[in-house]
Design a protein around this ligand. Sequence first.
Ligand code: COA
Length: 328
Amino acid sequence: MPNRAVIQSIGMAVADRVMTNDEFEAIIDTTDEWIQTRTGIKERRIAEPGQSSSYFGIRAAKEALERAGKSPEEVEMVVCATVTGDYLFPGTACLIQDAIGAKNAGAYDLGAACAGFIYAAEAAAGMICNGTVQNAVVVGIDTLTHFVDWKDRSTCVLFGDGGGAVFMERQKDTERGIVATVMLADGSGARHIKIALGGSLNPPHSARGEAACGYIYMAGKEVFRFAVRAMADSCSRVLEKAGLTSDDVALFCPHQANLRIITAAADHLGLSMDRVFVNVHKYGNMGAGSIPVALYEAEQQGKLKRGDLVMTVGFGAGLVWGANLIRW
Ligand code: COA
């Protein structure tokens, strides 16, 4: 039997501050009813100034290591999926690696927006299965509310801050682990969701930077249509790749951006909602953090047990999308 990259434990960390829909009624022209009907979100977590992505990533990674019973010195790689790293450089993975004491590990960031955890889990699994490393801590974390325009009602209600981390390691003679992955992209849709300021095209302290917007821009309708297609597309492909059907899936754990997108995808796959994990009402969209937090809570609630087949799927800025089938 070939090597498998098995998720041995999971941790999570979200911002403490809860912001309800009602609070938005005081700052923008909206209602709790509109937000719930259009998105499914009731509340989200908001990071304080100075609570960066590494702040939450460190907490999640420490919990994952503790629950795996591993010492930080044993960790060989830290991969951090984020598009809201503490800095352009150094990488947030390096900050996490240092803070958790993983002094024998490599560390790097991976930016695939809300599909980041899918891409990062596969990147780590590849290194683990081919023998480059024995194990990895894979973090999915974002603090998107630091980048929202609190006056833009079409985006500011959607996001929240936090994420999770898993400890993954090589095992033989097991059915557990990453079973199959698909990863796809369509850069022609890059303009639909972005932060224009701060990269090498529009650097801060430059004429171009002064003209660029530092807030999240999103063409909601285009992204919505893309998201529904992308969820269905990547789930169908990953099941076909593994020679399985949706009947084999114990739990569907999608990126939590919008309840309407999740239910449309579940419908397409013929999955009843009792096999779909949803926590978007509590957290909003946490970028690369949504999927690991959903996996964590599904496990805590007894909806995801060892040996179950779980299908994760994500989509986001790039545009990128993808899905993992994981034997938990
Ligand atoms: N409160 C009240 N009204 C709002 C509002 C808010 N918070 N946000 C937008 N509106 C208004 C719009 O201005 C628009 O008004 P108009 O018709 O007078 O112009 C109206 O509601 C309808 O807007 P529309 O964009 O058609 O709403 P929608 O049903 O498409 O829902 C989103 C908007 C953003 C919730 C939805 O498009 C969406 O979820 N898109 C995908 C987002 C996503 O997943 N992003 C993350 C990718 S990882």
